[in-house]
Design a protein around this ligand. Sequence first.
Ligand code: PAF
Length: 282
Amino acid sequence: MQLCQTNAELALALSAAREEGRRIGFVPTMGALHEGHLSLIRQSKADGHFTIVSVFVNPLQFGDGEDFESYPRTLGVDARLVTDTGGDVLYAPTPQAVFPEGAGLPEPDPGELGDSYEGAARPGHFAGVLKVVSRLLDLVSPDAIYLGQKDAQQVALIRRMVAEQLESGMRQPVSVVVMPTIRDDSGLAMSSRNRRLSEAELEIARTIYPALVSAAASGKDASAICELAKAALSPEARLDYLEVVDEQFEKVQGKPPAGSRLIVAANVGSVRLIDNVLIGGE
Ligand code: PAF
């Protein structure tokens, strides 16, 4: 595994791989890697790709008062995990390498979807996500990008951005590969932020997934599904939103169409947790 901390090192590693005829798989992360990230690396390897994993805590996607400063930074451990999982390159750039001053980088517009759900709670978050993903895609030029289903709204926005950039001619085709959410034994979705939960808070957090699953399997209308899920959640999980949305992330009224998801965000202690399940089961 090669550690690249500059864009020049990354470019060299990429051109060597391309010369060997390799296709490139890209796993963007903010580090503090867990099984969820590792499943993306494994899939990229299983697809035969020369696999680049980026670790970059993107300041643009954190709002005022969010946890940018305290976000876990564990590059040494991450490097070992990427090596053990078979990743080929760990790209860990400085902010200056990603966002050089005066570079006039594209600022993809998340549109209305960027202001709802996660975007409503975290103004500017998705503009920051799309800007960094667009930039990383320019630097890596992958054949496929691997994302986790846990961040369903992020997936929907990145998919749309990639399609728009392809259509406008600014990008070569990139497959967006979305992998299932990886969960601990209790069903709690893996997240770098889980490590901040106390034992008592973990117990509360662990009510989220079973509540979603049983409500999503009920066969009921959207509003009844939400009521069922709310009733099954620990009252100590402070709900931000709980909604049924369709594949375009439009709120569903009545019977959910195929591909709809039950999405949730809840605060447990000081940790904001998100999750989602497919209506009718994965
Ligand atoms: O999902 C994440 O970890 C981040 O939003 C991403 C896609 C790496 C962009 O910073």
